[in-house]
Write a protein that binds this ligand. Structure first.
Ligand code: BTN
Length: 320
């Protein structure tokens, strides 16, 4: 992660250039001139990148190009799709990006910082569940929010995040995903994304200081543990450029948090797959059935059960 004004390594600058020009080869001379280094330095850096696994094609007449099947997560690869200058940290493997972000949040991490892992060994879901996070198949990321207008309301932030992810998927891949209240995205009837929103409060004052939005997306996961097989699927995007996908999610997220929540909620409701459906849920250990009537202005679920109105502000529901 770079400080403002600090120069990236030649290797990273080349990734950035190649990523920005995915469809057009760039000659070694053009790269050398634009980075103000020698052609030999470019050649050496390209060699190292290839050794690191980057699939770079080099033809003497045309130059260098990142091949379409190149899908290595990197902060430069993501940053080149963003206008905003943010701190992006990428890791090969973490226990959980949310857990890592909690440490960064209390250690001076900046607003809009992002932590991404290629793989999580202990990815966390809601209610103490785990989130299956195999390498190369998904996006596992955590975003830090320290100052936004709804920082005190994790439900609102979760709703905004779900709509932002939905918009990113629609814009880049033109796929239609639904939202299952409150934090899951579904594709073709199965879950493809979960959001874990966690709050960081000051120990003494209990004031909320930051929010961590943990996002897990099954991009191309084709095999799931047996307990998930009936419930989870992926977007089936085997050739997705995950750097671009992550950047689009961030762009949508940073823009939606400043939008009028009333409009975002209306969009959330249009995308909801639970409105008017019969559901099952638990309250204080007791099982209920009911029909979802609405999602109110606070993002709570309004359910009619046995002729009575019930308001759910969190928890798990199942569509019957
Ligand atoms: C859920 O489905 O209950 C929420 C799943 C959230 C998973 C993401 S993956 C990135 C981030 N790090 C975690 O440990 N969890 C979230």
């Amino acid at each position: 992660c770079l400080k403002r004004g600090e120069r990236m390594s030649v290797k990273n600058e080349i990734i950035s250039l190649l990523e920005k020009n995915r469809d057009t080869p760039i000659s070694g001379q053009v790269i050398a001139d634009s980075l103000n280094v020698t052609r030999a330095a470019v050649w050496k850096a390209i060699k190292v990148l290839k050794e690191e696994g980057y699939n770079i094609d080099g033809t003497p007449n045309k130059g260098y190009i990142l091949l379409g099947n190149n899908d290595i997560l990197s902060s430069q690869g993501i940053a080149c799709y963003l206008d905003e200058d943010i701190d992006i940290y990428t890791y090969k493997c973490l226990d959980s990006t949310n857990t890592q972000m909690k440490k960064l949040a209390v250690d001076g991490g900046k607003d809009h910082s992002v932590i991404i892992a290629e793989q999580q060994s202990a990815g966390r879901g809601r209610f103490g569940r785990s989130f299956y996070s195999p390498a190369k198949k998904g996006i596992y990321m955590s975003v830090l929010l320290k100052s936004c207008k709804n920082i005190h309301d994790a439900t609102i932030i979760t709703i905004q995040s779900a709509v932002a992810i939905n918009r990113a998927i629609k814009r880049l891949y033109n796929l239609k995903t639904d939202i299952k209240w409150v934090n899951d995205l579904y594709y073709q009837g199965k879950k493809i994304c979960g959001i874990l929103t966690e709050v960081i409060s000051d120990f003494e004052s209990e004031m909320i200081e930051a929010i961590i939005i943990g996002i897990g997306i099954n991009v191309s996961t084709s095999e799931f543990p047996s307990e998930l097989q009936n419930r989870a699927t992926s977007l089936g995007l085997n050739n997705a450029n995950r750097n671009q996908f992550i950047a689009e999610i961030l762009r949508q997220l940073f823009s939606i948090i400043d939008e009028d929540f009333e409009l975002v909620l209306a969009e959330y409701k249009r995308l909801s797959c639970v409105l008017d459906k019969e559901i099952e849920f638990n309250v204080k250990g007791q099982k209920y059935k009911g029909i979802v009537k609405d999602i109110n202005d606070f993002g709570n679920l309004v359910v009619e059960s046995d002729g009575k109105e019930m308001i759910l502000n969190s928890g798990e529901i199942s569509i019957i």
